[in-house]
Design a protein around this ligand. Structure first.
Ligand SMILES: N[C@@H](CCC(=O)N[C@@H](CS)C(=O)NCC(=O)O)C(=O)O
Length: 222
């Protein structure tokens, strides 16, 4: 069975849970407690040298980048394609997915804001929060502008089927709610979020539905 090294609130692991559940694949989730720092330990680094989640093992295949994992799953298990359409549509899916994965997400990870900004550069919690807020707002407003320019009112980012772009967007919106970002200027993003949350496979992938999530976890996507 596919194994996923996972943490309920990690947004890149949330992306992979979405891909697995949308494709209807069975998997075993192995909990790596990021709050306790389990990902920094030698035992976990021996498995995944990057020391992050997600990490996916499927037979002889072992991968540590969420986008590479989703592309692998899409090729290996092609039912419910997440990168679909003609060359232009596929490129659009990738540009939106990469906007989230490379231009928003990395700035908000604990190894950046907590370990480096606060731990090494001595930033205060307020400065770290302002940093996270800046990159999130800049990225989400760019995403909204790009959707507005494409002038479609489709259900999801790139058409009427969920794509890799949407499975990157949804966890980032989850983070935006956590950081109390005002999403009212982004009607397209809010529409896509609501449309996604209509799907059973999506609800099954949320942090709130994760078997390791604590009872008291704030309800955002539940
Ligand atoms: N580019 C990687 C990013 C992985 C990543 O940064 N994961 C976060 C959780 S969302 C993590 O494990 N962070 C640990 C930390 O920041 O200490 C991917 O897409 O999989």
């Amino acid at each position: 069975m596919i194994k996923l090294y996972d943490y309920y609130r990690a947004s890149s692991a949330y992306r992979v849970r979405l891909a697995l559940n949308l494709k209807g694949l069975d998997y075993q989730s192995i909990h790596v407690d990021l709050l306790k720092g389990e990902h920094h330990g030698a035992d976990y680094k021996a498995i995944n040298p990057l020391g992050t989640v997600p990490y996916l093992i499927d037979g002889d295949v072992a991968l540590n980048q969420s986008l590479a994992i989703v592309q692998y799953l899409d090729n290996q298990y092609p039912d419910t394609k997440l990168v679909y359409g003609d060359a232009a549509t596929q490129a659009n899916i990738w540009q939106l997915a990469l906007l989230v994965a490379t231009d928003i997400h990395p700035f908000g990870t604990p190894q950046v804001w907590k370990k480096y900004l606060m731990g090494i550069l001595d930033a205060t919690q307020d400065q770290a929060d302002a940093w996270i807020n800046h990159w999130l707002t800049r990225g989400l407003s760019t995403y909204e502008t790009m959707l507005t320019r494409s002038a479609t009112q489709s259900e999801f980012s790139c058409g009427d089927a969920i794509s890799l772009a949407d499975i990157c967007l949804l966890p980032q919106l989850y983070n935006a709610h956590r950081y109390k970002i005002d999403l009212s200027p982004y009607p397209n993003l809010r529409r896509i979020e609501q449309n996604m949350l209509q799907h059973e496979a999506v609800l099954k992938s949320t942090p709130e539905a994760h078997p390791e999530a604590p009872e008291e976890l704030e309800k955002i996507h539940a």
